[in-house]
Design a binder for this molecule. Structure first.
Ligand code: PGA
Length: 246
């Protein structure tokens, strides 16, 4: 049984996701269990982070007991580079909700040995006990994290080449398209599938084909998000446009 919620607007989808994260954190606190959130970057989660900040500001939730692990980071950008995902997370969530660097984890894109850094990240994640709730977006080509088509469904955190379509999609964030990184360190699909719960959020017509393939298509490496069909606790939170081809 696929757990799909379709909202009238992207804003309503974002509120749903933010409330799910709030409720997850509350249940961790109530049960005195550790709360380890897996977080995503890109355009889709921005309104989710805005709502989480509002909830914290209003005293309706706290990140005091939360540890975070991000999906990925560009290779070649330092954590202070304005287009790094470190910087994205600080400016869109961490600073405003009081999550300091000791409780947040991202792969280090400027590591001298990116392969060793990927292995370190995977080990840190395993040693922590694993992500309890993972937030995912989806690429137009079906990627999750930076697991591009062809990624094995049991892959772990590693160095990857970005697809040309991903580089093109990300160029909007860079002044000069020539500066868009071409490699990243990403959690693998197998890494993502170890998360206890997953929420995949997608909004807009440009994601409709990817969502259809992910939910209705065959489970195969050509479609990274189809791997989620093998996970028992995935919730798909969509707007009507992203759901329009289901
Ligand atoms: P987007 O990216 O939210 O910016 O569309 C999603 C993704 O590529 O995973």
């Amino acid at each position: 049984m696929v757990d799909v919620t379709v909202h009238d607007s992207a804003e309503a989808a974002a509120i749903d996701v933010a409330e799910s994260i709030r409720d997850h954190v509350a249940s961790c606190v109530a049960n005195a269990t550790a709360c380890r959130l897996g977080l995503a970057t890109g355009g889709t989660p921005l309104p989710v982070y805005r709502h989480l900040i509002e909830m914290v500001t209003a005293g309706k939730m706290s990140f005091h007991d939360v540890v975070t692990f991000n999906l990925d980071e560009y290779i070649g950008l330092t954590s202070s580079h304005p287009h790094s995902y470190h910087a994205y997370m600080r400016s869109h969530l961490f600073d405003a909700v009081g999550l300091d660097a000791s409780r947040t984890h991202l792969p280090l894109g400027s590591a001298d040995d990116p392969d060793a850094e990927a292995a370190r990240y995977e080990s840190t994640l395993i040693a922590s006990g694993g992500v309890t709730m993972q937030l995912l977006g989806i690429g137009r080509n079906g990627h999750i994290g930076f697991n591009e088509p062809g990624s094995e469904h049991d892959s772990v955190t590693r160095v990857v080449d970005l697809a040309d379509s991903t580089i093109a999609a990300n160029a909007r964030y860079f002044d000069d398209p020539a500066n868009v990184p071409r490699q990243a360190i990403t959690m693998g699909i197998g890494t993502i599938l170890r998360s206890h719960e997953i929420i995949l959020m997608a909004t807009g017509a440009s994601k409709a084909d990817a969502i259809r393939g992910a939910i209705r298509g065959p489970v195969e490496p050509s479609n990274p998000a189809s791997s989620l069909q093998t996970h028992a606790h995935v919730r798909w939170v969509l707007d009507t446009e992203a759901a329009s081809k289901l």
